[in-house]
Design a protein around this ligand. Structure first.
Ligand code: HEM
Length: 243
């Protein structure tokens, strides 16, 4: 996720939350069923179904092969994200802050939850895609250096330096014990290896969280779609006021 995307998406999410909070001050009960209100609702629904299309394309090999001929999946994910926020913003305008029925309230809260969860997931995904290959390569190079160094140096610090001390104190204690510069380099290498290994472990943890998050995001989205369809049917069934 680049800076511009992060700022735009964050700004839109804030706008959505402010719009939602507007119900404290404003209410236009006749707006959702009016001509303009209904058109906004229809456009909102159109935007909100783009993420569903994304799911179908991502999960069907045939669709994906065809689709990726004219749009990369990473670009489609951007469409998903922007449509997934603009749709709910329009849907909030469509409500006119008339939160009278249970369906209306549940639909609105679930929609906000889906967008907020998407926002968190985007952040997790960005953490995953940053430089795992480089980290593994770096860890491999450091280990190689460490092995070749440890063959040349017979370290004495292992005995006189408490293993649990932070790097800075270990370094001080080594310097006081009169360790050679090679021993110091070995310590530095060991410290760097543990840092890189930690960051690789964190990466795996984030990946696991992302998998769990994706399941949650999909489940609440599907519930949202079911309620949207129910809402649309009931609006047509009871008749749109402007028709
Ligand atoms: C109406 C709102 C939204 C709906 C209904 C929705 C729905 C979905 C669905 C069904 C998936 C599953 C795709 C799959 O793996 O098959 C998904 C994935 C995802 N969504 Fe959303 N989403 C919405 C909004 C957002 C927003 C606002 C963001 C980010 C700010 C977002 C970020 C993501 C990300 C990062 C993935 C994972 C993509 C991947 O791994 O390919 N979503 N969304």
């Amino acid at each position: 996720m680049n800076h511009q995307e992060r700022h735009t998406v964050t700004g839109l999410v804030i706008l959505m939350m402010v719009l939602w909070g507007g119900f404290i001050l404003h209410k236009a009960p006749s707006f959702p069923g009016s001509f303009v209100g209904s058109i906004i609702g229809i456009i909102a629904t159109f935007f909100m179904f783009i993420p569903l299309l994304y799911m179908f394309v991502k999960r069907s090999k045939r669709l994906k092969d065809r689709f990726t001929k004219w749009m990369k999946m990473s670009t489609f994910l951007k469409w998903h994200i922007y449509a997934g926020i603009i749709g709910p913003i329009l849907a909030l305008i469509h409500t006119g802050h008339r939160f009278d029925s249970l369906v209306g309230i549940v639909l609105t809260l679930l929609m906000l939850l889906v967008v907020l969860s998407g926002f968190i997931g985007r952040y997790l995904l960005a953490q995953i895609s940053t430089g795992m290959r480089e980290k593994k390569k770096l860890s491999f190079n450091l280990l190689e250096q460490y092995e070749s160094y440890s063959k040349q140096v017979k370290p004495s610090f292992a005995k006189n330096t408490a293993a649990y001390l932070p790097f800075f104190f270990k370094k001080m204690s080594l310097a006081f014990a009169g360790a050679s510069s090679e021993e110091m380099t070995l310590l530095k290498l060991a410290d760097s290896i543990s840092d890189v290994e930690y960051s690789i472990k964190m990466h795996e943890t984030v990946k696991l969280w992302f998998k769990r998050w994706l399941k949650f995001h999909i489940v609440i989205s599907i519930i949202l779609y079911i309620i949207i369809i129910f809402h649309i049917f009931s609006e047509f069934y009871f008749g749109l006021r402007w028709l």
